[in-house]
Design a protein around this ligand. Structure first.
Ligand SMILES: O=C(O)[C@H]1O[C@H](OP(=O)(O)OP(=O)(O)OC[C@H]2O[C@@H](n3ccc(=O)[nH]c3=O)[C@H](O)[C@@H]2O)[C@H](O)[C@@H](O)[C@@H]1O
Length: 380
């Protein structure tokens, strides 16, 4: 008997030894990064660096050879977006909410942290306002203390429901200050004002990007914005939800183009706001039909209640970006959609077994909320 258990123990030890050997053999492979000398290498903070746009920017800055610190509170960001850099000597992740002060030493700050999808930013309107106001003040304070250059990611939503088309940076906008979108567009507007106040009064170097509708891999499955909703609905063979008649327009920019624009803007000498967007304009109905076509299904398009204060037409005038940054978007919508659909296809496959996922719906009224709760569309 003793002999038996001894043999069994020996077998178990051998098995464990094998596993330790395997672990020791494992070396994490990172994407290739450029070598920069100490003089060339910059210390760069990316707030919201675990989010959709932030993580693509982090990839670019890391590959360029810089030292990158990500700050994120993971409200809409996710660790999976940046896990490729965990453990890399040039990379650091701080779980921190920028509504509180941050004390670190950096040369540049890309300040992206903010929920961006309407259902997300409306989910906790006060928190959205705090993030864009207190959060931006904190980042400007940091920039002043350590003499860093700060790029603020503003939005085409500062133009509200625009009465000028396409929208140049000189247009002051048509924003409802008390509407459901105000928590986002008004707080982004005041954040722009803060950047300019710090630039004038404290001589901080600021850059302001007004980002127009952007899509691509790593958008959350529950992002709730139109491109991801239509793709997921098409993949799952659900009805495509058109809010309103679908004649409203948007101009969609692929993520890689935006990242190039952000880096070009940071490195430029231009300190006034710059539109970054793709001027190809589509109605939302046509967008639904195109996505359905590229996915290759024939789902029905159903009309839902119109969003309150939904901008009716949106298209960037990118004359300034072309002139000052020598930048323009390169990716056509169909091409960008194909890459995005590939990403969503694998994410949907992964997630559909875990049943805890749903598309966000806009709630315009109490009736609509009741309707959703009583239907099987959403698990609350
Ligand atoms: O990217 C921008 O410039 C700004 O505007 C967007 O807001 P919005 O254009 O309203 O983005 P979506 O939620 O994608 O909506 C686009 C249009 O599609 C419609 N929509 C959305 C989702 C859906 O399932 N169905 C649908 O018809 C909306 O009503 C809207 O007319 C984003 O929310 C912001 O992050 C960003 O700052």
């Amino acid at each position: 008997d003793n002999n038996d258990s001894l043999t069994k123990l020996k077998e178990e030890i051998l098995e464990l030894q094998k596993r330790i050997d395997n672990l020791e053999k494992f070396h994490k492979k990172y994407p290739r990064v450029k070598y920069l000398s100490i003089n060339e290498q910059r210390r760069i903070l990316v707030t919201g660096g675990a989010g959709f746009v932030g993580s693509h920017l982090v990839d670019r800055l890391m590959r360029d050879g810089h030292r990158v610190t990500v700050v994120d509170n993971f409200f809409t960001g996710s660790k999976a977006n940046i896990e490729q850099w965990f453990g890399h000597p040039n990379f650091e992740l701080i779980n921190h909410d920028i509504v509180n002060s941050l004390f670190i030493e950096v040369d540049e700050i890309y300040h992206l942290a903010s929920p961006a999808s309407p259902p997300h930013y409306m989910f906790n309107a006060i928190k959205t306002i705090k993030t864009n106001t207190l959060g931006t003040i904190n980042m400007l304070g940091l920039a002043r203390r350590v003499k860093a250059k700060l790029l603020f990611t503003s939005t085409s939503e500062v133009y509200g429901d625009p009465e000028v088309h396409p929208q140049p940076e000189t247009y002051w906008g048509n924003v409802n200050p008390i509407g459901p979108r105000a928590c986002y567009d008004e707080s982004k507007r005041v954040a722009e004002a803060m950047c300019f106040a710090y630039a004038r009064q404290e001589k901080i170097q600021v850059r302001i990007a007004r980002i127009f509708n952007t899509y691509g891999p790593r958008m959350n499955l529950n992002d709730g914005r139109v491109i991801s909703n239509f793709i997921i609905q098409s993949l799952r063979k659900q009805n495509l939800t058109l809010y309103g008649n679908g004649n409203q327009t948007r101009s969609f920019q692929y993520i890689d183009d935006l990242v190039n624009g952000l880096v070009a803007l940071m490195n430029s000498n231009y300190s006034k706001p710059v539109n970054l967007g793709n001027p190809d304009e589509f109605t939302i109905r046509d967008t639904a039909l195109l996505i359905r076509d590229v996915v290759g299904n024939s789902n029905e398009v159903v009309v839902k209640e119109k969003m309150e204060d939904d901008p009716q037409r949106r298209k960037p005038d990118i004359t300034v970006a072309k002139r000052e940054l020598n930048w323009e978007p390169k990716t056509r919508l169909r091409e960008g959609l194909m890459k995005t659909i590939d990403y969503f296809r694998s994410e949907v496959d992964k997630n559909d077994n875990s049943e805890n996922l749903h598309t966000f719906y806009y709630l315009n009224s109490k009736d609509e909320l009741d309707e959703i709760i009583n239907s099987d569309k959403i698990e609350l």
